[in-house]
Design a protein around this ligand. Sequence first.
Ligand code: AHM
Ligand code: MG
Length: 335
Amino acid sequence: MSQKNQTLGEFIIEHQSSFKYSSGELSRLINSIRLAAKVVNYEVNKAGLVDILGAAGDTNVQGESQQKLDVYANDKFIQMLTNRNIVCGIASEEEDHFIAINSNDKNHQNKYIVLIDPLDGSSNIDVNVSVGTIFSVYRRVTDVGTPVSLDDFLQKGSEQVAAGYIIYGTSTMLVYTTGDGVNGFTLNPAIGTFYLSHPNMQFPKNGKIYSVNEGNYIHFPQGIKDYIKYCQMEEGDRPYTSRYIGSLVSDFHRNMIKGGIYLYPKSSKTSEGKLRLLYECNPMAFLAEQANGKATNGVQRILDIQPTELHQRVPFICGSTNMVEDVEAFIKATQ
Ligand code: AHM
Ligand code: MG
């Protein structure tokens, strides 16, 4: 039985058999993400020492050149997943093309592919504000033992077998789902262990927080403008509170705990919004649904969208179910 203070390692072992395709491979995959998270966390936490240790592009005291943190995070996650021979393919926000692993080895039995945004919201790093890693896991659709193809990556979000994020905040947390609810683990940095701190996370059905870049207001479609005005109106439990960190993981995490909605709509500047379907929206949508929340592009469930490109963008509206349904109603009313 899961209990608070259980370590992530113990939790993974305990839940391995409840996973329907259980073979230990997914557990090893989550374990390697856990390890990469600790390594990246260590580096992210040093970011404030940049004046002392040297900025990206400089050479540090050991003579090593300093990498930008998003590049560093990308390298670490790819390295951990590749070296441990766990997955057959990886796609990343930082890479133009997907990476096929051991594509010439016919005995290669790995079934899983991972899509990752290694360091999302990285413009926040220079100012000591939370950032995150987002990951999404699928079973390949092509045959085991053959090289992975784009089809393996262009699956609907509803096919995900696991998804999660790491938030590098006031404390570092790993939050993930394998389709059986959402659990959050907090890192004890003194001993480098993640502990179950937030079992069975749930979005409250209603919330009072809306998170959107209101600087883009004049460019938003009428339905979104109407919803924002509705949030600000003095009536019932409104006005709602506006909170926008500019770091999807952090805004989502707060909204899941307190109740709220995150919006990155399309606009007259960006016809498909900004966020990427495969490694930003789909994993967050899977988590949201597993936590009793909802995620839509305004008219369609995010997890039902058939991807056509690796780096495809979609409008993204996600959070407490009643709030997301309110936005959908406002959009519908203008169509
Ligand atoms: P990134 O992948 O370049 O970091 O962009 C994604 C981030 C999200 O984390 C965040 O919610 C959003 O971009 C903020 O964008 P904006 O500054 O346009 O409001
Ligand atoms: Mg990103």
